[in-house]
Design a protein around this ligand. Structure first.
Ligand code: MLT
Length: 266
């Protein structure tokens, strides 16, 4: 699995959304919280990581991240997932809770697709395989940014388009099917027992505010931050505020537990 990294210290994994790659996190990799080591993988099939003929599921993406932690000798990391990356972070915390030190869920949801939404994604997957990725890109791009960002940030919009256009059709189709099949974690949010921050753009057209509020309500002690004038990509639309919120959360975390810290007294 290919990744970009920046900084030194405690690990934070930045998990990109669909259909992007690790460059989504450019403004975060350029401004790392002091004492932190950011690692931004390209999920399987995206960016520089090959698909290798795999079926894409949120669980597979999560297991790939666990394999990356193993490779790098990392026991536990903070997981930051945006949108589809949040679906992956939820799979990770449910299936590998001991590997997650804390969670940041940005522009995402715990609920599964409705049957209609899942069916639409499967049709889109078939269309991508037959006709390429441009219909998905053109349909999605205007919804990714708030009207304010579309007007003020044409270079960011262009950079995001370039990332989307770099996604191969088979990856895009596979990830659409993987998202259509993802489980509903709404009733399991109470199992999460790590510090959790929910970040949403005030004008996100893709994830309804209620879906994010439900996560913030159901995860014990979760805090929610709303980034005004941002849409579905708050980390790109207002990197300064996003980074401030993230740095504050990271600096407030309890110290990492390490096996070596355990001293036994008799
Ligand atoms: C994403 O940004 O990852 C996607 O919008 C998620 C989705 O389509 O559900």
């Amino acid at each position: 699995m290919k990744y970009k990294e920046s900084g030194a210290g405690d690990p934070l994994i930045l998990i990109h959304g669909f259909p992007f790659h690790s460059d989504l996190w450019e403004p975060q990799l350029a401004n790392v919280a002091p004492g932190w080591h950011y690692i931004a993988p390209d999920l399987r099939g995206f960016g520089d990581t090959p698909l290798d003929g795999a079926t894409l599921t949120m669980d597979r993406f999560a297991d790939d991240i666990v394999a990356l932690l193993d490779d790098k000798g990392i026991d536990q990391a903070v997981m930051l997932g945006l949108s589809m990356g949040g679906y992956v972070a939820l799979s990770l915390v449910m299936r590998h809770p001991d590997r997650v030190r804390a969670l940041v869920l940005a522009a995402t949801r715990a609920n599964a697709d409705t049957p209609d939404a899942a069916e639409k994604r499967r049709q889109q997957a078939a269309d991508v395989r037959a006709n390429g990725t441009s219909a998905v890109i053109e349909g999605m791009l205007p919804k990714l940014f708030s009207a304010h960002s579309r007007m003020k940030l044409p270079e960011t919009v262009a950079a995001v388009r370039t990332m989307m256009e770099a996604t191969p059709p088979e990856t895009m189709a596979g990830a659409l099917e993987g998202m259509a099949d993802r489980p509903d974690y709404t009733d399991r949010l109470g199992e999460i027992d790590v510090s959790t921050l929910v970040i949403r753009g005030e004008q996100d057209e893709i994830i309804p505010a209620g879906d994010m509020e439900a996560i913030a309500r159901s995860v014990r002690g979760a805090r929610q931050e709303v980034i005004s004038l941002a849409g579905h990509l708050p980390n790109r639309e207002d990197p300064e505020v996003f980074n401030n919120v993230l740095h504050k959360f990271l600096s407030g975390l309890p110290p990492a537990f390490k096996l070596g810290d355990l001293s036994l007294s008799f």
